[in-house]
Write a protein that binds this ligand. Structure first.
Ligand code: PLP
Length: 431
């Protein structure tokens, strides 16, 4: 199976050691499940690999846009993980969960004046500034408060990570960051160094997401370090921190490779050390920002099958009680997923159908051409695997559908971490 937290017992799909058919009955569908033990394990794997290969100052930061709610930030506190945040809403959620925001890095390509002030109110440790306007706004807010703010600059190293266009972020013509190649990055560094309330700690890059390319991170690191060495040699500026972003790919189907995090971190560390030696600079404190690779395989979504439509000579549809509202990724990026009929795992899977949602959109497809048992019928439980990243965090209320709850699986027990939205919740702000 695509992840080691999946198994089959008596023809039924088990996840994190628990029966998904029973969980679907107990909590209702659609239902997000999250394997808490898997999330904690991934945090520990990243942390151990960082300590081992980059040394004590290095740290992994959980990119919380992958899946953000209070319990997640508590788990990150308990696992002693740094975090990335990208909006005041994420900052509020982390703050209200008791997360110490001095360990947070604030990203985003257009932070408003209000965002900047709110992040400072909440004590966000480091801002990752994307552009000149943002640097000026940070400087102005600090001047007003009489404080200083630690800042990284987001640079674009000019690398094509060969992932989907929509999630490639490190190319020269990207909307994110400042290009090194055009000389604009160097100009902005010199500008930042003149700002009295901005502490320029270093640089950040993020080449993309769902990246499997052999040497993408090493290439990005080399380009960033060459820039860092250039700054040191020509302007005497010493870089304290280098953040190499997130993006490691995860296996959604049998066709995807499995990345070994420890091995990947070791490869990047080897390239970083070698390059620093070649350039004659001290190794900066290295950070990375995994999101997907921490939470994706910790997730599963359960649905109940409604209609089964057999259009003779054309195709078949299996409709479920959720869809693009709780998982818009196929509609957005044509993302592949593995689906199972959780209560019919032992039957021959010789029936091909598109698994579709209940929204009034032809594009509301969870996954096309899924093979399953021909006995599929109303009431069956359908599981979509690897939905822990960018599902709940991208969910909407289109068609006035309430968002599903998140149930955490921990040490063989389950508990609700986010409750199911009610109809009242839907009308909460309606005057
Ligand atoms: C989205 C994002 C990440 C996380 O990417 P994953 O593919 O989920 O690992 C990290 N850093 C930045 C700046 C991001 O925008």
């Amino acid at each position: 199976m695509i992840c080691d937290n999946l198994s089959i017992v008596n023809g039924q799909l088990h996840f994190a050691g628990q029966n998904t058919v029973t969980l679907a009955k107990q909590y209702g569908t659609p239902l997000y499940l999250l394997d808490e033990d898997y999330i904690r394990r991934q945090c520990r794997v990243y942390k151990a690999a960082f300590q081992k290969h980059f040394g004590p100052g290095a740290k992994p930061l959980y990119a919380s846009k992958a899946n953000a709610f209070r319990r997640m930030y508590q788990i990150m506190t308990e696992e002693d993980m740094g975090i990335d945040v990208v909006s005041p809403g994420e900052i509020y959620t982390a703050y209200s969960a008791g997360y110490d925001l001095s360990n947070a890095y604030f990203h985003g390509s257009n932070k408003t004046d209000g965002d900047i002030a709110y992040a400072m109110d909440c004590g966000v440790g480091c801002f990752v500034a994307d552009n000149r306007e943002e640097l000026l706004a940070i400087e102005a807010e600090c001047a007003r408060r009489g404080t200083r703010q630690q800042v990284l600059l987001r640079l674009s190293p000019g690398i094509d990570p060969h992932t989907y266009e929509a999630v490639a972020t490190g190319k020269v013509d990207s909307k994110f960051g400042v290009a090194i190649e055009t000389g604009q990055a160097e100009e902005l560094v010199l500008f930042a160094l003149e700002l009295p309330h901005v502490d320029l700690a270093g640089f950040h890059c993020h080449v993309g997401s769902q990246v499997f390319g052999e040497d993408i991170f090493q290439r990005a690191a080399v380009i960033m370090l060459e820039f860092i060495a250039h700054l040191e040699h020509t302007h005497g500026f010493k870089t304290a921190q280098l953040d190499l972003g997130g993006g490691y790919g995860v296996a959604y189907t049998e066709a995807d490779p499995h990345l070994d995090v420890e091995e990947k971190v070791a490869e990047v560390a080897a390239a970083v050390k070698k390059t620093c030696t070649r350039l004659g600079i001290a190794m900066p404190e290295i950070h990375m920002e995994p999101g997907r690779s921490i939470v994706a395989a910790a997730g599963m979504t359960l649905y109940t099958v409604g209609a089964v439509k057999r259009i003779t000579g054309y195709k078949n549809y299996v409709s479920v009680d959720g869809g693009m509202v709780d998982n818009p990724r196929y509609a957005l990026y044509k993302s592949a997923y593995t689906c199972y009929l959780a209560n019919k795992m032992d039957e021959v899977q010789d029936f091909a159908a598109d698994v579709v949602g209940r929204c009034c959109e032809s594009g509301d497809i969870l996954q096309p051409d899924v093979m399953m048992s021909a006995s599929v019928e109303r009431g069956d439980t359908l599981a979509v695997c690897t939905t822990g990243a960018y599902n709940y965090s991208m969910a909407s209320n289109y068609n006035r559908l309430p968002r599903p709850p998140i149930v955490m699986l921990h040490h063989g027990e389950s508990y609700v971490a986010v409750r199911r939205e009610s109809f009242e919740d839907l009308c909460r702000n309606d005057m």
